[in-house]
Design a protein around this ligand. Structure first.
Ligand SMILES: C[S@@+](CC[C@H](N)C(=O)[O-])C[C@H]1O[C@@H](n2cnc3c(N)ncnc32)[C@H](O)[C@@H]1O
Length: 348
């Protein structure tokens, strides 16, 4: 394996070199191309690198030397996972990228545990970026202050869950959740449903039960730390939004999503429901758990999390758009009208 690698696009920036993966995703953000959830995801990834990957001192004066960085190989798993999120974003928005490998990428002017900064031996000319992309100087430090207002809710969720999911992973499942999981597994077995997608897999508590039951499990969650925790627990998961699932239609026999979709508002919720109907094959099963309320309520909790608590009628109506709601159980009523909704949808 060559000692260094660089993940880059095929368009050149002002240095006359292929633009690196992180700068390229940030070009998408600057151009306003990212969806609010993708912007929140990208900024969480970028913040993680700000915290974990030292910044070469050559960048301090605006990079007058014109250095570029190459990762040392092998790239640590936590970093590689986040590079993979960045390249998936490039692919999703139609920006071509590739990985170059080298033992001698140029004159090394800086080195740390993870990377080298080099003065490359040759440079080309700057080239036009893909249509609609905006080039611009690299911003050092967190870019959260530059983010759009539309991604504010998702950014608050990611900030909260980044630290909370570790605790969640070690919690004992609530008795209701264990019973509902057992019922779901039984329904999958009796109907011969094998593949299951969990949307909002969190700390993987439900995922390990589903996988241990022999189901072919995949999970998604918008919080990158969920991916670390679940991967460590042996689950196959990806960072993605519930309202934009990175799977072909009819990819799964069944879907499980608990305590997640009430974080989505308006259009985002409608798209998430439609995504359930798209990725689950006709005749498949979707089990959905939500915090609801009678009458409907909308609140922001002390951690900045948005809860859009829909009434039973609203939830039933929303999921009737993708199939038939076979069961609708409510439990855990609170004095303020909040309660838990658990429904099983036969996808049409
Ligand atoms: C209350 S936790 C529930 C986690 C797990 N399902 C459980 O019941 O323990 C909500 C989860 O939704 C995830 N989440 C929030 N918004 C999301 C979105 N738009 N797409 C996917 N996941 C999202 C959070 O990262 C978090 O893991």
């Amino acid at each position: 394996m060559p000692r260094f690698e660089r993940v880059h696009t095929d368009y050149h920036g002002r240095l006359g070199l292929p633009v690196g993966v992180f700068v390229a995703v940030d070009h998408l953000r600057r151009a306003g191309r990212l969806t609010p959830d993708d912007e929140a995801l990208w900024l969480a990834i970028d913040d993680w690198f700000v915290a974990h990957l030292p910044e070469p001192p050559q960048y301090a004066d605006g990079n007058s030397l014109g250095v570029i960085t190459w990762f040392k190989t092998p790239v640590p798993a936590l970093m590689q996972r986040r590079v993979d999120v960045a390249t998936r974003l490039l692919s999703k928005y139609g920006v071509a990228w590739s990985v170059s490998a080298s033992d001698a990428p140029g004159e090394v002017v800086y080195e740390d545990e993870y990377q080298v900064a080099v003065v490359p031996p040759v440079r080309g000319e700057p080239s036009a970026p893909p249509a609609g992309l905006v080039l611009g100087p690299t911003t050092s430090g967190s870019k959260q202050a530059l983010a759009s207002e539309e991604s504010a809710v998702a950014r608050r969720h990611l900030a909260y869950y980044a630290t909370e999911l570790g605790d969640r992973a070690t919690r004992t499942l609530h008795a209701n959740r264990s019973r509902q999981l057992a019922g779901f597994i039984e329904q999958c077995r009796s109907a011969g449903l094998r593949s299951v997608l969990e949307v909002g897999c969190g700390g993987g508590g439900d995922g390990v039960v589903l996988q241990d039951a022999g189901l072919d499990y995949r999970g998604v969650d918008l919080t990158p730390e969920a991916i670390d925790i679940c991967t460590d627990r042996g689950l196959s998961v990806m960072a993605a939004s519930a309202s934009d699932l990175p799977f072909e239609e009819d990819s799964f026999d069944a879907l499980w999503t608990m305590s997640t979709l009430m974080h989505l508002d308006g259009d985002g919720f409608d798209r998430a429901v439609a995504e359930v109907g798209r990725v689950v094959r006709p005749g498949g099963l979707a089990s959905v758990g939500l915090w609801g309320s009678e009458p409907p309520a909308r609140r922001i909790d002390e951690h900045g999390r948005l809860f859009v608590q829909r009434s039973d009628v609203q939830v039933r109506e929303a999921f009737s758009r993708i199939g038939s709601v076979d069961t609708f159980e409510v439990s855990r009523w609170y004095g303020d009208g909040g309660h838990y909704q658990f429904l099983a949808v036969r996808v049409g």
